[in-house]
Design a protein around this ligand. Structure first.
Ligand SMILES: [Zn+2]
Length: 178
């Protein structure tokens, strides 16, 4: 096995853990996005979207995982950590990733409507910011995108929280070739 194969296996393994977090969010009626922070091959913290549960617009999966990781490590700089998340980070979360000095970001599905780690802009690799993040995209993108699409399909059917569908992400635009 080459180093690249080993890294891909490792990335898929941690993205599965992030997908499990996304499923936990969905069980609460939250948009299914999950994130984990990993250091040295070990889980530091996990989180999922809690925006509705907490009525907190900042309670995205990445923010929850980053806060928990900083608490667990007793350090606001998440040095030597990798953040795995099932959907491309928004502006807030991309900014928090830079502020936390996270060296590496791996995300699954692109978010062509709100993604700020490559889609609308790329804050995590902005040439004028003093921290740039190593970026890997598309890991298990089909699974992550399908979980989101299924969630919004079901919600449209049930007409639960119809006001939210207007700002729903439409992930996986790149993943299915569109
Ligand atoms: Zn976000």
């Amino acid at each position: 096995m080459t180093d690249a194969d080993a890294l891909r296996d490792q990335d898929e393994r941690w993205m599965r853990r992030a997908l499990a977090e996304a499923a936990a969010a969905e069980a609460l009626g939250e948009v299914p996005v999950g994130a984990v922070v990993v250091r040295g091959g070990e889980l530091v913290a996990a989180g999922h979207n809690l925006t509705h549960t907490l009525q907190d617009p900042s309670a995205h999966a990445e923010m929850v995982a980053i806060r928990r990781a900083a608490q667990a490590l007793g350090e606001w700089r998440l040095l030597a950590c990798t953040l795995y998340v099932t959907l491309e980070p928004c502006a807030m979360c991309s900014g928090a990733i830079v502020l936390a000095r996270i060296p590496r970001l791996v995300f699954a599905a692109h978010d062509p409507k709100a993604g700020m780690s490559g889609s609308l802009a790329n804050l995590v690799q902005h040439p004028r910011l003093n921290h740039r993040v190593q970026l890997t995209t598309g890991v298990l993108a089909d699974e992550a995108g399908e979980a989101l699409r299924a969630f919004f399909r079901a919600r449209r059917r049930n007409r639960v929280n119809p006001r939210d569908t207007a700002d729903a992400p439409s992930p996986g635009g790149g993943a299915d070739g569109s």
